[in-house]
Design a protein around this ligand. Structure first.
Ligand code: ATP
Length: 299
């Protein structure tokens, strides 16, 4: 494998937060060491070590926690090509053999390029979103056509073929790791498992900073907004829900400035909109976390 060009992640002072993803430093460090530190070794080192590159990563955890962001970022960190992102259910097709063909096609470009350019070929990343939809434990499909079983078999065959290729990294994402066929997530296939969980208070503060960054630098965030206070008030929120909260607060701010009338839909001083603490408190009454709220916390 061609050694990637000098990468931002290896520069002094680099922070994972700079990538626009908050609260996942530990997870990124784990991915970096376990899945691709080896890819940054000098060419030939892997052969000298007598090991193989990691072929696949499984990112699992609740919805909206940043798995897709992380998967895309892995590609950037490795100077890979634009990843192919495949939605699990979309690849299933009712026509016999078509689903396996769809999986086969995903790997075809990387295979062709490896045949033509060998170790000089660039890194191809294939991301499977909602992997559980297509890679359920085999035989668990009950009365349906067993299309899922055939897809799992094809994917296993392809993952084993990656041994000879070295220019493919497969990333699977799921909210239901327990449902995935074990053969696919054993060593040598999707072998590095990283849980992406709900952010803690520090992580929420990072995510709030990232998502209010633009309004702060444009002078639209009122001085009374205390992000530390918001981080403590957003227990159990995912990153996506924090983004939703900021959107909701912005809509409250906008609404304060407009007058909706019967003839003129919108009027008012739109240039001077500021999002203030009260807008966030209103938003907190509107946007609630979907996961992890106990009955006591709701009381
Ligand atoms: P799903 O399991 O539902 O597919 P996911 O875990 O893949 O969800 P993403 O699609 O990566 O979640 O996140 C959705 C959006 O939420 C992102 O585009 C981003 O705006 C925001 N977000 C989620 N997590 C983070 C985070 N850790 N840092 C910054 N933004 C985040």
């Amino acid at each position: 494998m061609k050694r990637p060009a000098t990468n931002a992640i290896l520069q002094p002072g680099f922070k994972f937060e700079d990538m626009g993803i908050g609260g996942l430093d530990t997870e990124f460090s784990a991915i970096f060491r376990r899945a691709f530190a080896l890819r940054l070794f000098p060419p030939g080192m892997i052969e000298k070590l007598g090991i193989s590159h990691v072929k696949g990563i499984l990112l699992y955890g609740p919805p909206g926690t940043g798995k897709t962001l992380v998967a895309r970022q892995i590609g950037k960190m490795l100077n890979a090509r634009e990843p192919k992102i495949v939605n699990g259910p979309e690849i299933l097709n009712k026509f016999v053999g078509q689903s396996e063909e769809n999986v086969r096609k995903l790997f075809a470009d990387a295979e062709r390029e490896y045949r033509e350019r060998g170790e000089e070929s660039g890194l191809h990343i294939i991301i499977f979103d909602e992997l559980d939809a297509i890679c359920k434990k085999r035989g668990s499909s009950g009365g349906d056509t067993g299309v899922g079983d055939q897809v799992v078999n094809q994917l296993l065959a392809k993952m084993d073929g990656v041994d000879q290729l070295n220019n493919i990294l497969v990333i699977g994402m799921t909210n239901r790791k327990d449902m995935i066929d074990e053969a696919l997530i054993r060593p040598g296939r999707l072998e590095v498992h990283v849980e992406i969980s709900l952010p803690d208070e520090h992580g929420r503060l990072q995510i709030l900073k990232i998502h209010t960054g633009r309004m702060a630098s444009n002078g639209i965030l009122e001085g009374d907004v205390d992000l530390m206070e918001l981080a403590s008030l957003t227990k159990n929120f995912s990153g996506a829900e924090i983004a939703g909260l900021i959107k909701s607060a912005s809509s409250f701010a906008f609404y304060r400035h407009i007058k909706v009338g019967t003839t003129a839909a919108v009027s008012g001083d739109l240039e001077n909109i500021k999002v203030n603490r009260n807008d966030f408190l209103n938003a907190l009454n509107e946007v609630h976390p979907a996961f992890g709220v106990s009955e006591e916390e709701l009381e």
